[in-house]
Structure formats: structure tokens, C-alpha cells
Design a protein around this ligand. Structure first.
Ligand code: 3HC
Ligand code: NAI
Length: 694
């Protein structure tokens, strides 16, 4: 008997229970167990019906992703699915928790499906760069129609049990114990002598789209509208389209072929890596799994500016009450107004119901004065980026906050230990660095101070997850992981302008690589005047941006910066800027050269990798994959390229190190010399990934 599949004959109804924690994936032992039990049951006249259910918190959450890329171990999933679908007597899937990927595909091969109303039913393979490879693209359209199926499969987003019932994916809803409910349903099926429903044999839901292809093609186009360089969503739609072209078996063969192509391709490899990287990042050195997070019921956010507003919205969205604190009524009302406007804009796009806007705004209480933070379990400071102000705020919070409250700063660059030193409780202080727009961007870079207590770190990780952010714990240094690497890139993008590349050329290379916004579009959005003023204060020069600012070009807000803007936010290359750059270079006695796109890409990416290597040497990041998580979820690094460290591994560290050495010599910039760790790995023919495995 298999260790993960239990069989119990309950008076003619065989209950098969899968117990494979944590998520009941279809691992090898589960397949072996199902294969054996179904084979036995098929020949056993004492089995009148079978119930397939799961122990623990969920039905099957998919194939075992850890087995991907390894030699397949029989029996394969297809074999089990054939056994289920062709079973001579009724099989009922009793679903609770999640039925995802191979889990839903398994349920689709059962003759009946019952589910709890909050069950999540979905085919999320696309999020791993894959497509449902166990018949999902052929069976789901036959159950819910090809338009709904393509939307579900291309988005990868699940529906709940209630909706499952409406669209015909679920036969009945149940509450309570899945095995018991499955058994009761099975007895009803036996008593009523219901015909076995084999999804593969029923094409009725395809008829409308076969008669009018636009039903499917319109839905497929809508589902793929926001595709950003990913190949899996297109392949998903193509497979669903096959249901309208040939037989079920032809469709299945097509799906298999496409699935293997994706599985062996670079994109899925990167996306599967990202899946595990995200989960690893939540595991923190020195914080054991038993460390209990502190209880967070009330949150206070100090500062209702760009970041404070977005952070507060993230808590409100998760149903956690938050007090947002400002220094004056005017600033507070402006901040609350911006939040309301953001929610209203989402509602106008159909993303929220008007009552949700009211409910979420109702979770946010605006107050003037830090004393209103006294009841908060977590206080997040998001005031101006000035050390003196931060220290003043933390010293006041120290006097006000209740014992045990977690005190977090959203600082982008400043020293967390120095901020903590203004309190008598540095063990309760850490950085929680959110990214703009904070209600949208998923990363929360958690900065560990020298004295931060383990349970404070555990609390920050847990609360970040609760508000649907991806936490990554990093050490304390200027700019932490993300902004420190961004600075390494920024140094090169600025230098390239003085060598002859244009802003639009550099931005185009970066966006073609898959990063949503290039450095100069980003600078225009942030505003060029802040840096200009700070340079003037420090007596520092940067000829090109200084010249832009002197010409009144402060970026998007003035309609002109590195680009021009004609009403909207779209950057338009401006001949005036080209002229200004040419004149500035002439004045400096510099001769522009033609810079190739290849050089631009290498100088945008490899210096970041180099900085990443230094960050690892200094143990600011514990794992290369943590750095990748920061870039994937904080800076829009394309998921199909896995993150900068993963990308460097895929290019080969030898090449990365050689090119960095080359550019160090060519441009006379010693910071481009390969970091010792990078050089060592390159010389040994190793990868960054080998560090994680070590
Ligand atoms: N295979 C192997 N391990 C898995 C897994 C899977 N399908 N799904 C989750 N895990 C592991 C995680 O890595 C994690 O391991 P760890 O504790 O060692 O870090 C553990 O299970 C718990 O996972 P989460 O932290 O994500 O737990 P949550 O409760 O937050 O979420 C979940 C549960 C919604 C099931 C989420 O894990 C998830 O989305 N999993 C992936 C689901 C998926 O993509 N399924 C399709 C797989 S591909 C497939 O089925 C191909 C088929 O078409 C042929
Ligand atoms: P902002 O200028 O938009 O907002 C700061 C707000 O803090 C202002 O509304 C101000 O009135 C308020 N404030 C100042 N002192 C206060 C006090 N003593 N009590 C209460 N309120 C006070 O600034 P922004 O952009 O929101 O930045 C805030 C912090 O977040 C900074 O540390 C910044 O570095 C960091 N950050 C900013 C990001 C961005 O993209 N804007 C991204 C990530 C972090």
C-alpha cells in the first residue's frame, strides 16, 4: 500500500484519500498509489463507486513541480487519468481547498465533481511558463465552453466553487468532510443509476464556437491582450483552439507536444525557478520555522505621501485597519484624497465594486499627530527621506508606541541601525521597504538591523505575506539590495550618454529585454529637479541632466525632460534633447561614438550582476535567488528571465566576467572589474546557483 494514498471500502463506496503534505501534489508515490488502487478496484465487484478526496487543507494542487526536468518515473499522470476516466463505475471527486493544475485535470477525469463553495478551481500552469499538460486544455473547454476556458487557462486565475457550479465545472456544493460528502453523493449517483459523464466524449459546449469562431478568437485575444513577451499564454490559447479543429485525441497530442516544448524551454525554467525563489526568500537565516510572529491587529502608517498612501491601501485591501498619520490637516486630506481617487479609478475600470471602495476607505482612519500610533502593533514610517527627520520621528514613536510594537521604516537608502539608535528598543526596529506604487508592487524588502530580534523579522515576513506582498529579507547597506544594484546600472546609463548613446536608444534596449521602463523614462517620471538641487547643494556637476534642468526640463511634470510629452505620459524622443546632448559633449570636448545595442545591454545588466556578487560577498543577501526576487517583484524584471543572477548564470559567468573586465579597461571605470566572488565562480566554471546548492 502506498504511503500517500489510503483506500477504504465503506460499504461499497471505495474512498481513496490522498495524503501528501503540504499541498497534495501528484508526486510519484501518489501516482503509484492511485494506479494500484484503481487497478484493484476496477476488478472488484464489491466496489460500486469510488470517491477521490484529500486529507489536510486541500485537494490536489498540481503535478509535483520538483519532479519537472528530471527523468519521468512511471506511472505517468496520463496513465492514471485514463484509469479514472475509463473506470467502469462512477468516480466522484470531492474537492476542498485548491484543485489546481494537474489537480483540476484529475478532477476533470472523474465522472462527477463536488466542491466547497470557497474551493479554488484553476489551471495556473501558465504562471510557471507551462500549459495544462494533462488534458486540461482539451477537457476544460468541453465543460465550461472554449471562451471561459481560454480566459481561465491564459490568466491562470482560479474560480471559486460557487462560480464552478454556475459554469458547470462542479455538480454540487458541499460543506464539511470531503470524504463523507463524496460518499453521500456517490450513493445518490448509484441509487439514481446516473450515466457516467466522460468529459472527453461530450462536445456539446463546443458547438457554438465551432459555428462562430469569433466566440473563441475574441476571448483568446482579450485574454492575451497584456502579454509581455511570454510564450506560454499564446501556446495555451493555441491548444484551447484545437478543440474546435480536430478530435479529442488529436487535441491531446497537440497539447502534449506544446507542453514538452514549453517544459524544455528557457522561459519555463526561469519561471519555475522564480516560483521556488519566492518561497525560499521567506525563509530567514537565524529565524527558525518555530519563531512565533507577533500579533498584528492594528497598523499605523506615518506620512500620507506617495508611499504612505499606497502602503495604507495595501493593508486596507487585506482587511487590516490602519491609521494614517500626518503632520497637518492639509497634508492628511491631500493624502486621503489621493487614496480615494486611486480606488475610484480602479472601480471605474471595473476592478472594484463601489461598495468595496467604501469598505476599504472605511479601514483607513486619518489622524494628525504621532500620538495616534499608540495602539498600533506595527508602525510603518514613510516620511521624508532625511536622516534627522527619521530619527526625530523614531525617538517620538519610542515614547509613544506600546511595548512590543514593531517599528518599521520605509526608507529607500538610509541606515536602519542609525534610525534604530534613536530608540531604546532597537530590537523592535527594522526596514520594510515597499516599492512605488506601493498598493501595486509586490516586493517588500525587509531590512534587518544589527539588533533586530528574530520574532520581529518573522512578524514582518508574516504581515507582508498577509497583505499579498513578496517578502525578501536583506541586510543593512546604502540602498539595500534593489536600489544599490539600480545605482550600479544608473551609473552606466548616465555614462553611455556621454559616449554617444541617446536616451531613447538605451531605454529601447532595456524595454526590449523585458523591463517595463527604461532608466531615462524612469528619471523623467521621478523628476530631474530633485537630483539637480541636491547636486547644486553638494557642488557636484552632471553636465547633461544639469543642462536639461537649466532649460526648464524637469521631466514628465513639466512636459519635457529626457523626452517630450504631448499631454499624456508617453515619452516622445525630442530632437531638442539630441541637440542639447551634442552641444554639451562638444563643450566638454567629447566625441560621440556609435554605441551598439549589445554593448548597451551588457552595460545595463552585467554591472548589476557584479554589484549582486558584492552584495553576496558582504552577506547583505543570503542567497542569489533572494536578489532575483527583489528584481522580479520590485523592479519589473521579466519573470521569463528569472532575475539578474539567474540570467547571468544562463549567459555563463565566464562571459559576464570577461565582458566586465573589458568594459573596465575600455571606459577606465575600475568599479566594473569583476567582484572577487564573480571572478572566482567564473574561473571555477561555476554558477551563482551552485552557491545555493553548497
Ligand atoms: N509541487 C511541489 N511543491 C509544491 C507545489 C507543487 N505543485 N505547490 C506548492 N509546493 C510547495 C512549495 O514549494 C512550498 O514548499 P516549502 O514549504 O518547502 O517552501 C509548500 O509546497 C507550500 O507552498 P506555499 O508556500 O506556496 O503554500 P500556500 O498555502 O501559500 O499556497 C498553493 C499553496 C496555492 C498550492 C501554491 O503553493 C501554489 O500555487 N502552488 C503551485 C500550484 C501550481 O502551479 N500547480 C500546477 C503545477 S504544474 C502542473 O500541474 C502540470 C500539469 O498540468 C501536468
Ligand atoms: P512624500 O514626500 O510623498 O511623502 C512624505 C509625507 O510624510 C508627506 O506627506 C509629509 O507631510 C509627511 N511627513 C513628514 N514628516 C512627518 C511627520 N513628522 N509626521 C507625519 N507626517 C510627516 O514622500 P514619499 O515618496 O512617500 O517617500 C516617503 C519615504 O518612502 C521616503 O523615506 C522615501 O525614500 C521612501 N520611498 C519612496 C519611494 C518612492 O518611489 N517615492 C519608493 C520607496 C521608498
Amino acid at each position: 500500500m502506498s504511503a500517500t494514498v489510503k483506500a477504504e471500502n465503506r460499504d461499497g463506496v471505495l474512498v481513496l484519500t490522498i495524503d501528501n503534505p503540504p499541498v497534495n501534489a501528484l508526486s510519484h508515490s501518489v501516482r503509484v498509489g492511485l494506479n494500484e488502487e484503481l487497478a484493484k478496484a476496477a476488478g472488484d465487484a464489491g466496489v460500486k463507486a469510488v470517491v477521490l478526496a484529500c486529507a489536510g487543507r486541500s485537494f490536489i494542487s498540481g503535478a509535483d513541480i520538483r519532479e519537472f526536468g528530471k527523468p519521468p518515473q512511471p506511472p505517468g499522470l496520463h496513465e492514471i487519468l485514463d484509469q479514472l476516466e475509463n473506470f467502469p463505475r462512477p468516480i466522484v471527486a470531492a474537492i476542498h481547498g485548491n484543485a489546481l493544475g494537474g489537480g483540476l485535470e484529475t478532477a476533470l477525469c472523474c465522472h462527477f465533481r463536488i466542491a466547497t463553495k470557497d474551493t479554488k478551481l484553476g489551471l495556473p500552469e501558465v504562471k510557471l511558463g507551462l500549459l495544462p499538460g494533462a488534458g486540461g486544455t482539451q477537457r476544460l473547454p468541453r465543460v465550461v465552453g472554449p471562451a471561459k476556458a481560454v480566459q481561465m487557462i491564459v490568466s491562470g486565475d482560479p474560480i471559486n466553487g460557487d462560480e464552478g457550479l454556475k459554469v458547470g465545472l462542479v455538480d454540487e456544493l458541499f460543506e464539511g468532510d470531503p470524504a463523507k460528502a463524496g460518499e453521500a453523493f456517490a450513493r445518490k449517483v448509484i441509487a439514481e443509476k446516473r450515466a457516467l459523464k466522460r468529459v472527453r466524449d461530450d462536445d456539446s459546449k463546443l458547438a457554438a464556437a465551432k459555428a462562430d469562431r469569433s466566440i473563441f478568437t475574441d476571448a483568446a485575444a482579450a485574454a492575451n491582450k497584456r502579454n509581455r513577451g511570454l510564450i506560454a499564454p499564446l501556446a495555451c490559447a493555441e491548444c484551447v483552439g484545437q478543440t474546435l479543429e480536430g478530435t479529442f485525441d488529436e487535441g491531446l497530442a497537440f497539447e502534449r507536444k506544446k507542453f514538452l516544448e514549453l517544459m524544455n524551454g528557457e522561459q519555463s525554467k526561469a519561471q519555475r525557478y522564480a516560483f521556488f525563489a519566492e518561497r525560499e526568500a521567506a525563509k530567514v537565516a537565524g529565524v527558525s520555522a518555530e519563531t512565533k510572529p507577533r500579533k498584528i491587529e492594528r497598523v499605523a502608517v506615518v506620512g500620507a505621501g506617495t508611499m504612505g498612501g499606497g502602503i495604507s491601501m495595501s493593508f486596507a485591501n487585506a482587511g487590516i485597519p490602519v491609521t494614517i498619520i500626518e503632520m497637518g490637516e492639509e497634508q492628511l486630506n491631500r493624502g486621503l484624497g489621493v487614496m480615494k481617487k486611486n480606488y475610484d479609478a480602479t472601480a471605474a475600470r471595473g476592478g472594484l465594486k463601489p461598495e468595496d471602495v467604501t469598505r476599504r476607505m472605511g479601514m483607513i482612519t486619518g489622524k494628525v499627530g504621532l500620538e495616534h500610533a499608540k495602539d498600533a502593533d506595527l508602525i510603518i514610517e514613510a516620511v521624508f527621506e532625511t536622516m534627522a527627520i527619521k530619527k526625530e520621528v523614531f525617538a517620538k514613536l519610542d515614547a509613544i508606541a506600546k511595548p512590543g510594537a514593531v517599528l518599521a521604516s520605509n526608507t529607500s537608502y538610509l541606515n536602519i541601525d542609525e534610525i534604530a539608535s534613536s530608540t531604546k528598543r532597537p530590537q523592535d526596529v527594522l526596514g520594510m521597504h515597499f516599492f512605488s506604487p506601493a498598493n501595486v508592487m509586490k516586493l517588500c524588502e525587509i531590512v534587518r538591523g544589527a539588533k533586530t530580534a528574530p520574532d520581529v523579522l518573522a512578524t514582518a515576513v508574516a504581515i507582508a505575506k498577509r497583505i499579498a506582498k513578496v517578502p525578501a529579507v536583506v541586510g543593512n547597506c546604502d540602498g539595500f539590495v534593489g536600489n544599490r544594484m539600480l545605482a550600479a546600472r544608473g551609473k552606466q546609463s548616465d555614462k553611455l550618454l556621454y559616449e554617444g548613446a541617446l536616451p531613447q536608444q538605451i531605454d529601447a534596449v532595456v524595454t526590449r529585454f523585458g523591463i517595463p521602463m527604461g532608466p531615462f523614462t524612469m528619471s523623467d517620471m521621478a523628476g530631474l529637479d530633485i537630483g539637480w538641487r541636491s547636486r547644486k547643494d553638494r557642488g557636484v556637476k552632471a553636465e547633461i541632466p544639469d543642462a536639461l534642468c537649466e532649460a526648464g526640463r524637469f521631466g514628465l511634470k513639466t512636459g519635457k525632460g529626457y523626452y517630450k510629452y504631448e499631454g499624456g505620459r508617453a515619452p516622445i524622443p525630442d530632437p531638442e534633447v539630441e541637440d542639447l546632448i551634442a552641444k554639451t559633449l562638444a563643450k566638454m570636448g567629447k566625441k560621440p561614438r556609435a554605441v551598439s545595442d549589445e554593448e548597451i545591454l551588457e552595460r545595463m545588466v552585467y554591472p548589476m550582476v557584479n554589484e549582486g556578487a558584492r552584495i553576496l560577498e558582504e552577506k547583505i543577501a543570503a542567497r542569489p535567488s533572494d536578489i532575483d526576487v527583489v528584481w522580479l517583484y520590485g523592479y519589473g524584471w521579466p519573470i521569463y528571465r528569472g532575475g539578474p543572477m539567474f540570467y547571468a548564470d544562463s549567459v555563463g559567468l565566464k562571459k559576464v566576467a570577461e565582458r566586465l573586465s573589458y568594459y573596465a579597461k575600455e571606459t577606465g571605470d575600475p568599479s566594473l572589474e569583476p567582484a572577487p566572488l564573480l571572478k572566482k565562480l567564473a574561473d571555477e566554471g561555476k554558477t551563482f546557483a551552485s552557491l545555493a546548492a553548497a
